[in-house]
Design a protein around this ligand. Structure first.
Ligand code: ZN
Length: 241
């Protein structure tokens, strides 16, 4: 099965449309979304509707839950909090109910998936260090996909004490090892590449391929300015940080 795994759209409709089209070209058979449909960008309801229509499994992210008051937004940085408050005002009743219904973690037959991490998925831990990665070891059966940090990375475990961080854009997975794999971000990449990022997981071949997709960044920035979203959030899209 060819799975498209994507996350962190953050109300960026132009990026989402470009990525969905690229998934068609890549021959994706199933689509798995790892959370954060909303927050930061100008089109929350449109992104919710489009993802609902096109995606087989949809998880909640911390921004999705914060926008409906299901998780505390007080630890968000001021820009993120402003955007979450703006988002909450825009959501239709239908969008709100949908976001409330989502869960932040799922175990599927061929892999696990979480927004933040398989360790306490609704506490939204970041996996930023190798130590963070090792804390997740026991919670991974084989392969677990995550989002949240907006930074694509493959973490390969040799055992419970040793993990390697791989920056490969294509990787054949070792059947004898466990993996924690971050899919990057569609709507707000932070690895200094402004193109949207997602991945294709071919479960029969055991391969992971990252794909980068350009989209109309200027158009999103114009819309964000019209909505008076924070300047910092508008600027960062152009540089991917
Ligand atoms: Zn996010």
């Amino acid at each position: 099965m060819k799975y498209a795994v994507y996350s962190d759209v953050h109300s960026n409709l132009e990026a989402l449309e470009a990525v969905l089209e690229d998934m068609e070209n890549a021959g994706a058979e199933k689509r798995i979304f790892l959370g954060d449909i909303v927050g930061y960008g100008p089109n929350p309801n449109e992104c919710i509707a489009l993802i609902r229509k096109n995606t087989d499994v949809i998880l909640a992210g911390n921004h999705d839950w914060a926008a409906v008051g299901k998780t505390d937004a007080s630890y968000f940085n001021p820009h993120a909090r402003t955007a979450v408050e703006w988002t909450a005002e825009q959501l239709t009743e239908e969008s709100r109910e949908f976001l409330e219904s989502l869960s932040p973690y799922i175990a599927l037959e061929e892999f696990q998936a979480a927004h933040s991490s398989p360790l306490e998925p609704d506490d939204w831990h970041y996996v930023t260090t190798l130590h963070d990665a090792l804390c997740n070891y026991r919670h991974i059966s084989k392969v677990c996909f995550i989002g949240h940090s907006h930074k694509p990375i493959i973490l390969e475990y040799m055992d419970e004490q040793r993990v390697m961080s791989l920056n490969d854009s294509y990787r054949r997975l070792d059947e004898k090892r466990k993996y924690l794999i971050n899919d990057g971000s569609v709507g707000q990449p932070r690895d200094l590449n402004p193109d949207s990022c997602y991945l294709i997981f071919d479960s029969a071949e055991g391969t992971v391929e990252y794909r980068r997709v350009p989209y109309d960044i200027r158009k999103v920035q114009r819309k964000m300015a019209e909505c008076r979203l924070p300047h910092f959030l508008i600027e960062r899209l152009a540089v991917g940080r």
